[in-house]
Design a protein around this ligand. Structure first.
Ligand SMILES: *Cc1c(COP(=O)(O)O)cnc(C)c1O
Length: 374
């Protein structure tokens, strides 16, 4: 995909914000707890490699990703820290993981047996590191019962020549909610399952950002810190209080590439859904739904020179139009996410308008948009 380096639109990443978010998080961890930064989906749209570099400086000791390919990208960029793939990897690729010292997540004994076959077929002095996922109530992946977990530990004992039992973890479904009943239910399940183990592996981890921020119960020795890295509140606006400040790292800015006066009674964009009610100054912005500006954003106000300017007419694939309070010059900055004078558009503002969560907003800006690091 061509990245738009010569266009008047970009995603700006504030590296200092990421560093501060991580350094603060690290300073709040109990001694002996490792900070693994979650850089899946290209670092939630911020650039996985760049975020990983900052994370190293801020004291992260490892990384989590969703795909084996994402882990390989980090290895190829020269990162030597532990990397855990949180999703399930097809067993046919286990030797690639082993040979690159990438840790994989395991949710079934069948997987372990198949993986052991593949590993044995291509011998190596290295072992495959695995983390067992425990499904304590997320209902996504993981062992659900003590019997299943016992069986997995048995299989691991059979294959110690090729597989190293490096970690065990669970994932909470409601750590970002005010009500902690379901969280407590999952935590009980986790403790019951952990009682099956004679010996704890190197890493025991239960905490995503929300758990690490609001629940002091972990009993783990590593956290998987994702959304907080990027400066957003995991709960959106449900739990406004954070134990320390998080600074949003992403802004999206473009500039006016065309400004014109449109006479009263004329229509704007596909479907002619907007008609000027007076003579209006209309600006065109070189961003569209192919850049991750959803069509549903019609009616939302972006910022020009500290003024709210509504998106008028439908968002096109590569352009959209806004109503300006007065004539503005070609090249005037337009803020879609971030600050303009004394006003700010947050990822939560966009999420609220779109009926989604801040995570989806920041992941949604397409790779066609250049990332600029400041
Ligand atoms: C994505 C993910 C995380 C990170 O979650 P945040 O809410 O962004 O901190 C942690 N653990 C698992 C299993 C994940 O899939």
């Amino acid at each position: 995909m061509a990245v738009g380096k010569l266009r008047n639109a970009k995603v700006i990443i504030n590296q200092r914000a990421i560093y501060d978010n991580l350094a603060n998080t690290k300073s709040h961890l109990e001694a002996g707890t490792d900070l693994f930064v979650v850089v899946k989906a290209d670092g939630y749209g911020h650039g996985a490699i760049q975020v990983a570099r900052i994370a190293e400086k801020a004291g992260a000791s490892g990384f989590c990703v969703a795909l084996l390919d994402e882990a390989l990208d980090l290895r190829q960029a020269g990162f030597n820290e532990p990397i855990l793939v949180l999703g399930i990897t097809d067993p046919q690729f286990v030797t690639i993981a082993r040979d690159n010292q990438i840790s994989l997540t395991v949710s079934s004994t069948e997987w372990l047996k198949t993986a052991a076959d593949f590993l044995t077929q291509v011998p190596s002095s290295a072992k495959l590191n695995v983390h067992l996922a425990l499904d304590t109530g997320m209902g996504r992946i993981g062992f659900q019962t003590a019997e299943e977990l016992k069986a997995a530990v048995q299989v691991l004992n059979d294959f110690t020549a090729v597989i190293n039992f490096e970690g065990i973890f669970t994932h909470f479904a409601t750590a970002d909610s005010k009500n902690s009943d379901y969280f407590n239910y999952q935590y009980d399940n986790f403790n019951k399952l952990m009682a099956v183990l004679d010996k704890r592996p190197r890493y025991v981890h239960v905490a995503n950002s929300a758990t690490s921020l609001w629940h002091k119960v972990c009993g783990g020795n590593m956290i998987r810190f994702g959304i907080g890295t990027y400066g957003l509140n995991p709960s959106g606006t449900e739990i406004p209080d954070l134990p320390y400040e998080l600074h949003p790292a992403m802004s999206v800015v473009a500039s006016l590439i065309y400004v014109k006066l449109v006479k009263k009674g004329k229509s704007i964009s596909y479907g002619a859904t907007y008609t000027t009610s007076a003579d209006e100054w209309i600006g065109t912005i070189p961003l569209g739904y192919a850049d991750g500006i959803p069509r549903k954003l019609q009616g939302f106000s972006v910022l020009v020179d500290g003024n709210w300017c509504p998106i008028v007419g439908r968002v096109c694939m590569d352009q959209f139009m806004i109503k300006l309070p007065k004539r503005y010059a070609y090249g005037t900055p337009v803020t879609i996410l971030g600050k303009s004078k004394d006003k700010t558009i947050t990822a939560d503002d966009l999420a609220q308008y779109l009926g989604t969560i801040n995570y989806e907003v920041i992941c949604g800006f397409s790779p066609r948009l250049r990332r600029k690091y400041e």
